[in-house]
Design a protein. Structure first.
Length: 77
């Protein structure tokens, strides 16, 4: 049986998948979402740290970081 993006079980056939989606949409069944295993407090702290770092960077530093990311993203590796 195929698995969804978070490892949940999904019907293998198109008709079965469509019926499952319709049942979820009409609240006949509840979609089972499992915990991703990550600590919610750590995720929140990470977001706070990222925001604080972004506020502290100068426009030139942000531009350099973005340039490096673009080079890495579009390089042929």
């Amino acid at each position: 049986m195929p698995k969804g993006p978070r490892g949940e079980k999904r019907p293998a056939d198109v008709i079965g998948a469509a019926i499952t989606v319709a049942k979820i949409a009409t609240s006949e069944i509840e979609e089972l979402t499992e915990d991703d295993g990550k600590d919610k407090a750590a995720q929140a702290m990470g977001r706070k740290g990222a925001k604080a770092r972004a506020e502290k960077l100068t426009p030139e530093q942000r531009r350099e970081i973005a340039r490096k990311a673009a080079v890495k993203r579009w390089s042929k590796e």
